[in-house]
Design a protein around this ligand. Structure first.
Ligand SMILES: Cc1cc2nc3c(=O)[nH]c(=O)nc-3n(C[C@H](O)[C@H](O)[C@H](O)COP(=O)(O)OP(=O)(O)OC[C@H]3O[C@@H](n4cnc5c(N)ncnc54)[C@H](O)[C@@H]3O)c2cc1C
Length: 445
């Protein structure tokens, strides 16, 4: 378990996979694709402009834009060292908190902005536009640990943890997956036995992002081994400095160390740290995952649009690998076709997001369409980065092995490698397809 084969990049979209298709072609067709690229952009942009926001929403956009322009940090988050990145994330989160922009979707009673769903979309659009960095090391606390505590935590848990999470004082990590329990999360076997006022935890978790720098963990443990597998699980707040916890790093394909294995050897955690009822952790975990699969990835979705623009620039400036003449990659018919498709796909993604957001705002219920969007987004992200690699050709070998920010070659290669994980994290693409089949299309299980 855990060693998931990366999705193939040699599908119908890969030029590199087919030398015949990679040959330079300067035909009328090339010209047509380029025109299509331009006209698609014009048509789609004007379609997007037809969407009407209310005057309050437009005002919200103006305020967000001004604030972001004045306050976004210049650097720091791109560092290779998670500890350096974490300090930069904490500082940025604190700035947002003090400016009244932290927890954009958190209710005001917990110190958040209490923004409507459409305002959240606007915020993430402006966030991407300003190239503001995501405080990624704070993701778990802000995007699902905190919201889970709001939904299921006790008053003491809320008042102790929520302000710290919102201010960016603490890093949380997620201890759900195990070597024998990923997609089938309910098969988890890390156990906790009651001893007085404590739970005593023994077992192992894996793929714990930022487990090495986290202060707290949302931990799923089996508290009743005799109950059916979806019952008998509890959701526990685990202090990562507790005695008996051993954190080991896992190096990823992109060469960075953010994943951890976490081992628990009779770790004592107060029973007061159970969130929700004992043995009712599955229900609590499902609320965590619904946050993760809901609006948590909005910023990244919005950012794809800018990425495609950068890709067009890259294609315009990079010589075509297979050409003996001095053509640029953009002049290749196949590259132009794929860029046009990426541009249309990004607009389709945005339309799907708007549709889902307005439906959720109308009904008050997050829809299962979130899985559709998540799946489309993650596969599109991979297609876009595969295209970047095909445009760069042998230049990818210049990779310096870091994530350097901006649209440098190194950054494209790093993000290409990183994109392999996007169809695994927060539920694999196969699991998303199962959800779409069963809950959106109503197919039999
Ligand atoms: C970037 C990233 C960050 C992560 N961060 C965390 C974290 O912080 N904390 C944490 O707990 N976990 C984390 N994970 C782990 C992630 O949740 C799991 O990798 C994921 O749930 C899949 O589980 P698995 O790796 O055990 O794969 P498996 O469940 O073993 O799946 C292997 C393959 O079988 C397929 N498969 C399995 N079941 C079915 C089915 N019923 N139908 C069809 N196909 C199926 C899967 O789609 C996959 O292709 C992270 C993963 C990634 C990539």
């Amino acid at each position: 378990m855990g060693s998931v084969a990366p999705p193939t990049q040699s599908g119908p979209d890969s030029v590199a996979s087919d030398p015949a298709r990679a040959r330079p072609r300067r035909s009328r067709l090339t010209h047509c694709w380029r025109r299509l690229l331009e006209t698609t952009a014009v048509a789609l942009n004007s379609a997007a402009m037809d969407l009407e926001f209310s005057s309050e929403e437009e005002q919200f956009r103006r305020e967000a834009r001004e604030w972001l322009e004045a306050n976004r940090p210049a650097e720091g988050q791109g560092s290779e060292d998670p500890k350096v990145r974490c300090e930069a994330d904490r500082a940025w989160q604190r700035t947002m908190f003090e400016g009244g922009w932290a927890g954009i979707n958190w209710p005001t009673e917990y110190g958040g902005r209490g923004a409507s769903l459409m305002e959240q979309v606007i915020w993430y659009e402006e966030f991407a536009r300003a190239e503001a960095p995501d405080p990624t090391t704070l993701f778990v606390g802000l995007k699902h640990g905190g919201p889970t505590l709001m939904a299921c935590g006790s008053d003491e848990q809320k008042s102790f943890h929520l302000p710290k999470i919102l201010r960016g004082d603490v890093v949380w990590c997620q201890g759900f997956s195990e070597p024998g329990a990923g997609s089938d999360l309910a098969a988890l076997s890390t156990k906790a036995v009651i001893d007085g006022d404590d739970l005593v935890v023994t077992g192992q978790k894996i793929w714990t992002s930022f487990g090495n720098i986290a202060e707290y963990q949302e931990l799923l443990v089996r508290t009743d081994p005799d109950a059916p597998k979806h019952k008998g699980i509890s959701w526990v707040i685990c202090p990562m400095d507790a005695k008996g916890i051993d954190v080991r790093m896992i190096r990823t394909i992109a060469g960075h160390e953010e994943f951890c294995e976490v081992f628990y050897d009779e770790v004592r955690i107060p029973r007061a740290n159970i969130v929700g009822k004992m043995n009712d952790g599955w229900k609590v975990a499902m609320s965590t995952l619904s946050f993760e699969r809901g609006t948590a990835f909005l910023a990244e979705q919005v950012r794809l649009e800018r990425l495609v623009e950068e890709l067009v620039t890259l294609a315009r400036e990079t010589p075509l690998v297979t050409s003996s003449r001095r053509e640029m990659a953009l002049e290749d018919e196949e590259i132009a076709r794929r860029l046009a498709r990426a541009k249309a796909d990004v607009e389709a993604l945005r339309a799907m997001t708007y549709r889902s957001v307005s439906r959720t705002a109308r009904t008050g219920m997050p829809s299962s369409e979130a899985s559709l969007i998540r799946l489309f987004f993650s596969e599109l992200q991979q297609r876009i980065h595969a295209l970047a690699i095909d445009i760069l050709g042998p230049h990818v070998l210049d990779w310096e092995g870091n994530r350097s920010v901006g649209s440098s070659r190194s950054s494209w290669v790093f993000h290409y490698l990183l994109a392999f994980s996007s169809t695994i994290a927060a539920g694999t693409k196969e699991i998303q397809r199962n959800i779409i089949g069963e809950r959106v299309l109503g197919l039999p299980r």
